[in-house]
Ligand binder design. Structure first.
Ligand code: ZN
Length: 363
């Protein structure tokens, strides 16, 4: 015996008999995001979505207020095209992806586009966002033997592929500065790549890999090392900067531990020396490469109150240590945490350096 379809009932009515069905689905979608955008969002969407007409094949804006736009995606729509059209920047596709819990847009699907930043401070139900910063030093070719702070090319490629395959987005220190100032929302899985000292192997080995993955990185150079045997040259730095992927920032002049006072050095002389260690490489980078200076990397990650004060006086917005961990929106901008990557690190160890969320218990 076969079941007869009910007469007069169109297929879409079976799938979606009333406007309430849509509202329920939207509610379900928001539920998946809990721990992400807050509950008020689900409530707001519920209100927005009632009384909407559905057009499954062409892009159709079905609701809009000053905070959100709800549309049904057309067949040619992608995350990037929707971001370009409604947010004015195709690179903001991730904003739509994260809010809707989707990886791509399907024709006929309801998509919510946030017109204002959501949770710019990175605070969510149950915890807060953290931005990990990875720190490399030297690189060795192929799978050759690495040294403690020299990562092999093969390991570096595997780590970059890990970031790509796990949906990480590589951002830079300017993005972090805006995040710490509460101005922007960053992708939930954001990470920053930094490379200290300015070894030539950065140009020879890491740079081609970064280009292949299209990942930005910041190289912190100490100016006395520039042009030395195994140090980068200004020409190599120029070429990397011109690619648009590489930023060069200061790592002092001499790479001495800035927290240590020389024997018999007065406080006045110490502060003067600090100012020179902080400003001299900055002035050189500005003059030789035309780059704005914003972030300092403390040699050996060593800082104290006097050094931090000197960094602020020298005009730095951000400064980084090598204390392991990520940076929430309330991190001290001149005492940023970074995690060093060592030659023997397995991908499992590498993954542990990429924590982007810290749970907080309200009990
Ligand atoms: Zn260093």
């Amino acid at each position: 015996m076969t079941k007869k379809p009910s007469p007069g009932r169109r297929p879409e009515e079976v799938i979606n008999p009333t406007g309430e069905g849509r509202a329920r689905r939207a509610g379900g979608r928001s539920t998946r995001l809990l721990g992400g955008p807050p509950l008020w969002l689900a409530v707001a969407l519920f209100g927005l979505l009632s009384a909407c007409a559905r057009s499954p094949f062409d892009q159709n804006v079905i609701a809009k207020n000053s905070d959100f736009l709800v549309l049904t995606a057309g067949s040619g729509d992608t995350l990037e095209s929707l971001a370009a059209q409604h947010l004015g920047d195709e690179k903001k596709g991730w904003v739509i992806a994260e809010l809707n819990g989707i990886k791509r847009v399907r024709a006929g699907e309801e998509v919510v586009v946030p017109l204002k930043p959501i949770s710019p401070a990175g605070m969510f139900n149950g915890g807060f966002q953290k931005i990990p910063i990875l720190t490399y030093h030297r690189f060795t070719p192929g799978k050759s033997n690495c040294g403690r702070l020299a990562v092999s090319e093969d390991a570096f490629v595997a780590q970059m592929a890990y970031l790509r395959d796990r949906g990480f987005r590589v951002i830079d220190f300017k993005d972090l500065a805006d995040f710490l100032a509460g101005k922007v929302v960053l992708p939930r899985k954001s990470v920053i790549l930094s490379i200290d000292d300015g070894y030539k192997s950065v140009y020879e080995i890491a740079y081609p890999v970064l280009k292949r993955f299209d990942y930005p990185a910041t190289i912190f150079v100490y100016s006395d090392f520039v042009g030395a045997g195994s140090g980068l040259t200004w020409k190599e730095m120029r070429e990397m900067v011109d690619s648009g992927l590489i930023d060069i920032q200061p790592h002092s002049k001499t790479h001495s531990d800035l927290t240590l006072r020389l024997e018999g050095e007065s406080e006045k002389a110490y502060r003067k020396r600090l100012a020179y260690e902080l400003r001299h490489p900055a002035d050189l980078i500005e003059r030789k490469l035309g780059l704005p200076i914003h972030t300092f990397s403390y040699p050996y990650g060593a800082e104290n109150e006097i050094v931090i004060e000197a960094a602020a006086e020298a005009g730095y917005t951000l400064a980084a240590t090598v204390t392991r961990g990520g940076n929430p929106t309330f991190a001290h901008p001149l005492v940023l945490r970074r995690s060093q990557i060592y030659c023997g690190d397995s991908l499992k160890t590498f993954a542990r350096r990429l924590q982007t969320f810290e749970k907080i218990s309200l009990k």
